[in-house]
Design a protein around this ligand. Structure first.
Ligand code: KIV
Ligand code: ZN
Length: 527
């Protein structure tokens, strides 16, 4: 049987990035886009160019850098949005404009305050305008799954006529269930004029935990593009997770007559890179990429796996890029060995970052006997995603003492790059080492920022494990709340905690200077 290809459209940098807590700076977006290309996605939705200068520039830069995958920009069905998307994608090898307008009565009546007729005309106009920039145009009738099926098909027939090449069917609010979605895709195939001229795509949200199942049902009904994100991030409960969809298709190739071009060995590196950049970990029991996804705890399972892994494992860990921790490097390893191993793990560090990377490697190797692949990847994420030249504070020293009977005390020195690189030193007490360290940072910076969450992950095993702290920090500023993630890494938990707080403060300072994204009261602008 000849298998058909499913195109993977990744929207980590658009639907994923717009979710609270997942915003990324330009450098971080580029790192993700490059990893998506290694992962083998077919289309990268790089941003929503009209929404901010940052989104425009990120889309533009990704369009220039990415050569293999198509690069898409999102646009509402209006002239300004489509023009912005068209301009941002000018230099892309294969640009795609993705335009959308709602098709459900509830959106048409209450949000758009228009008639069905007006909306249909705007959809056609938008696709026609998008075609003047590229022949590769995707159209999405937003909230399709709560739309009248007959009207939906009228709209889809009209946009095909106008030249749309991909018809994306979004389950915008995660409302549908697999058999209903299957029926809807079959209905579209049977009732849209010239449906063979376009690829049917699906975009499923996970509000009921069904995003993966709905995407699979749609593929069984004939959809040939699936929109996904790494770790399933996205609005509210997120989108179909790329790792879940790709591994379902691969693992059950006995029943599916389709395949994807995803290099599944890049799945865990992609998941870890995103976690590193955003500071948001996946839950331990998350399918495919969670800490426990390949861990066997019960005696019966362990016994079975030792005799034959297939007794309790339906996928091989190496197929998703999990390597058994390999002891390869230590403090005596030279640059060549370290960089070669990194390359084998799929990362190449640009010349200008090698010194910073190696300095971090050495400082960890001096204190930690064994450097595992996971440690190496964590150091890479830490070094690569930092935009230190723009940061206000750098940590010069942290000294923390704790004990059962003496009050925890910290001595912290920060360099303030906005004050002629002045070094400022403070001593503080606290309820534990982390609290003492953060109190010293607060004294130095005078910040009013508050630590809202603190999450600690041990990257490798053992009492000398490298650990990573991600924190959520908030500060009120000019009537809105700036909310950022900070990350810090060290062998010492308290030191990692202080680093993560300083990282967050730097991001807040950067946002204040550049007028970056803030948490605003909800507007109807978002998607
Ligand atoms: O969820 C949604 O409807 C969207 C569209 C823009 C495709 O994200
Ligand atoms: Zn969406």
């Amino acid at each position: 049987m000849n298998k058909e290809k499913i195109f993977i459209f990744d929207t980590t940098l658009r639907d994923g990035e717009q979710a609270p807590g997942f915003s990324m700076n330009m450098e971080e977006k580029i790192l993700i886009a490059e990893q998506l290309e290694r992962l083998g996605v077919d289309i990268i939705e790089a941003g929503f160019p009209v929404i901010s200068d940052g989104d425009f520039e990120a889309t533009e830069l990704i369009a220039q850098k990415i050569k293999k995958a198509q690069v898409a920009g999102l646009a509402r069905a209006n002239t300004k949005d489509i023009e912005a998307a068209g301009r941002a994608l000018e230099k892309a090898v294969n640009p795609r404009i993705h335009t959308f307008i709602s098709s459900s009565d509830i959106h048409i009546e209450y949000q758009l305050k228009k008639t069905r007729d007006e909306v249909l005309k705007e959809a056609v106009k938008a696709v026609t305008q998008a075609k003047s920039f590229t022949k590769n145009v995707e159209f999405s009738p937003m909230d399709a799954t709560r739309s009248d099926w007959k009207y939906l098909c009228e709209m889809l027939s009209a946009v095909i006529e106008a030249g749309a090449t991909t018809l994306n069917i979004p389950d915008t609010v995660g409302y549908t269930v697999p058999n209903e979605f299957y029926d809807l895709i079959r209905y579209i195939k049977g009732n849209v004029k010239n449906i063979d001229k376009a690829i049917i795509s699906v975009h499923c949200h996970n509000d009921l935990g069904l995003a993966g199942a709905n995407a699979i049902a749609a593929v069984q009904a004939g959809a040939r593009q699936v929109e996904c994100t790494i770790n399933g991030i996205g609005e509210r409960a997120g989108n179909t997770a790329i790792e879940e969809f790709a591994m379902a298709i691969k693992t059950r190739s006995d029943i599916f007559n389709v395949y994807t071009d995803i290099d599944t060995r890049q799945i865990v590196p992609a998941s870890k890179l995103l976690t590193n950049i955003t500071g948001v970990s996946v839950q331990p029991n998350k399918a495919i990429v969670g800490e426990n996804a390949f861990a066997h705890e019960s005696g019966i399972h362990q016994d079975g796996v030792l005799k034959n892994a297939q007794t309790y494992e339906i996928m091989k860990p190496e197929d998703v890029g999990i390597q058994k921790s390999k002891l390869v490097l230590g403090k005596h390893s030279g640059r060549h060995a370290v960089l070669t191993r990194l390359k084998e793990l799929g990362h190449e560090i640009e010349e200008s970052k090698i010194d910073a990377f190696f300095e971090k490697f050495k400082s960890i190797a001096d204190r930690k006997k064994e450097i595992f692949d996971e440690d190496l990847l964590a150091i890479t994420g830490e070094v690569l995603h930092k935009k230190e030249q723009d940061w206000r504070y750098s940590v010069e020293n942290i000294q923390i003492s704790t004990g059962m009977f003496s009050p925890p005390m910290s001595m912290v020195t920060l360099k303030d790059h906005d004050q002629n690189d002045e070094e400022v030193f403070e001593v503080a007490h606290g309820n534990g080492g982390v609290d003492a360290g953060i109190n010293a940072v607060k004294k130095i910076t005078g910040t009013k920022a508050r630590l809202k969450a603190f999450n600690l992950v041990a990257i490798t095993g053992g009492s000398d494990a490298l650990c990573e702290v991600s924190s959520i920090v908030e500060e009120e500023y000019e009537g809105s709340v700036l909310k950022v993630f900070g990350s810090g890494m060290s062998i010492d938990i308290s030191v990692a905690g202080v680093h993560s707080f300083v990282d967050a403060l730097n991001k807040i300072e950067f946002m204040k200077k550049t007028g970056g994204k803030r948490i605003k009261p909800e507007t109807s602008e978002g998607v």
